[in-house]
Design a protein around this ligand. Structure first.
Ligand code: NGO
Length: 531
């Protein structure tokens, strides 16, 4: 964190306000004798750009209102905030257009960008100001983290609901702060995906990448190729029942994500990782014979048939239907581990398929192997190599970046949340090594890939592959406590963060996770409160 900009003037007003607060403002200052549970203003993940503590705390009471002005989107954020606060406070918290005092969500011109905000907290109220609704939403997450963890309960708690006084000014370092969930190796229900979305929102992540197809399962209904979902989605790793999202299910995920200011990025992995599709339609195979469904965990054995015309009819139908369902800008076409596709076929396939994505109005994203072909103009590639990946492979990606391809960084030995923490982790994989909490936090996206310009880096994304993960409990054990660290890598300026301060802030999240029912891993090296 940068040093707080506390000044003499602020210190003066702090002393004055404290003196006044004690005598005149009993309603907003903590009750005499009540335990002061007020959290320090800077105990937030991800670390804000600037924090200036000072002034009297604000206390939410049964008279507090949420003022949102005339904007429909600001009202939605206000309703979301009220929905968070009502169950535990037991207060009515009406959301109104105008009024004074209370909590105010204000859209205004200013230096906030797409996602930045300013939060001012003092005796008379809290004002969150942003240029865009996403900024208001992120400001609300900051407010939430400043309230006692008990606010996360869904039954009435005693409070007091006190927010420290001062100002937070904040905006993200990177526009892309993502999490990927593999719903193919094991299928996750709409409710499980929503639960993860809520957890991502708490740490200001803004992209949910869904890995919707792989060898073990096709998870999204496609009207023109119905067997993809009904047959290709009928199992999963280990032979369980699998499942798929109907179009309405998927729309509901997209809607819910949007209500938390996350954009859904659908991935259909091509031309490898396609056994579920090849098993569903014999005609997609070069030899015309459908392979059996697959429930193991090998990779690299399947490929669409590049020379066959029907392959491109299939791809176009899938791209068209998914693009129509997806309001977001991007469509991820995979492209990793196409070990059963010759290099020549891979290049031919990508040359033909990328324009189809553009035709349906979407921007291509691919895993970084796409740089072995020619990434389309405006494409992004997702780097999933290791610190130790050989220089030639890194240089191929860096060269594409110099040529205008954007980079999303997902180094597997840093941010793959499916990697075991250490040898004793009961879930997860270890092909990229063990990834402890510090390792996933303590790295910098700028300069990470030698030779790639910093301007090419759009941000970071934490993938969670599900070969070994079957339910929300498993997701949370692997994502917590590493996910908030990746969120901070994506949001906070390099100079505003550091492991020593971070581990203290991380430990302070544990109480909130407890209330939210998040069964996190009590990783070594973090000063967790006693259980
Ligand atoms: C690799 C592979 C996936 C695995 C994952 C497991 C990528 C991009 N392709 O990452 O199929 O599930 O590792 O960690």
């Amino acid at each position: 964190m940068r040093p707080h900009r506390s000044t003499l003037r602020l210190l003066g007003s702090l002393l004055l306000a404290t003196a006044l607060g004690a005598s005149l403002t009993g309603a907003t200052a903590p009750r005499p004798g009540a335990t002061d549970t007020t959290s320090p203003l800077d105990r937030i993940i991800p670390a804000p750009s600037s924090v200036t503590p000072g002034g009297t705390p604000y206390r939410i009471t049964d008279r507090t209102r949420i003022h949102v002005g005339e904007s429909r989107e600001a009202r939605q954020v206000g309703e979301y905030l009220a929905g968070l606060l009502r169950p535990s406070t037991g207060y009515r918290l009406p959301v109104t257009a105008r009024g004074t005092g209370g909590i105010r969500l204000r859209l205004a011109k200013g230096p906030y960008g797409e996602e930045g905000y300013r939060l001012d907290s003092g005796r008379d109220g809290i004002t969150i100001t942003a240029g865009r609704p996403a900024g208001l939403f992120h400001g609300v997450q900051t407010l939430r983290q400043l309230l006692p963890a008990a606010v996360e309960h869904d039954t009435v708690q005693s409070g007091p609901w006190t927010v420290p006084g001062g100002t937070v000014e904040d905006s993200p370092r990177y526009a892309w702060r993502g999490a990927m969930l593999d719903v193919s190796r094991h299928f996750f229900s709409v409710a499980e995906v929503k639960r993860y979305i809520d957890q991502l929102a708490l740490y200001k992540l803004n992209k949910l990448h869904l890995h919707l197809s792989d060898d073990q399962g096709w998870r999204i209904a496609i009207d023109s190729w119905p067997r993809l979902a009904t047959y290709g989605g009928s199992t999963e790793v280990g032979g369980g029942p699998g499942g798929h999202y109907t179009k309405d299910d998927y729309r509901e995920i997209v809607r819910y994500a949007a209500s938390r200011h996350l954009e859904v990025v659908p991935e259909i992995d091509l031309p490898g990782h396609t056994n579920a599709a090849l098993a569903s339609y014999a005609e997609l195979n070069c030899d015309g014979v459908a392979p059996p469904l697959y429930t193991g965990t090998e990779v690299g054995f399947s490929s669409l048939c590049v020379p066959k015309e029907i392959t491109y009819d299939f791809v176009e139908d899938v791209v068209r239907e998914i693009a129509a369902l997806t309001p977001g800008r991007y469509l991820h076409i995979g492209g990793d581990e196409a070990h059963s596709t010759s290099h020549e076929d891979y290049v031919r396939f990508m040359d033909r398929v990328q324009p189809v994505v553009a035709e349906y109005g979407k921007q291509v994203i691919g895993w970084h192997q796409l740089t072995g072909a020619t990434p389309a103009e405006g494409a992004l590639v997702q780097y999933w190599g290791l610190d130790g990946t050989d220089a030639a492979e890194k240089e191929q990606v860096a060269a594409a970046a110099r040529n205008g391809t954007g980079l999303i960084l997902s180094p597997a030995d840093r941010v793959y949340l499916d990697m075991k923490y250490d040898a004793s982790t009961p879930l997860g994989l270890n092909w990229a090594g063990y990834v402890d909490v510090r390792r996933s936090y303590d790295w910098d996206p700028a300069g990470y890939l030698p030779g790639a310009p910093d301007s090419a880096v759009r941000g970071v994304e934490a993938p969670l592959w599900s070969e070994t993960l079957e339910d929300s409990g498993h997701i949370e054990y692997m994502a917590f406590p590493r996910l908030p660290g990746v969120a901070e890598v994506g949001w906070s300026a390099a100079g505003d963060r550091g492991w020593e301060g971070y581990r203290e802030r991380l430990a302070a999240q544990a109480e909130r996770w407890g209330v939210l029912g998040i069964g996190f891993h009590r990783a070594a090296g973090v000063p967790w409160p006693s259980a």
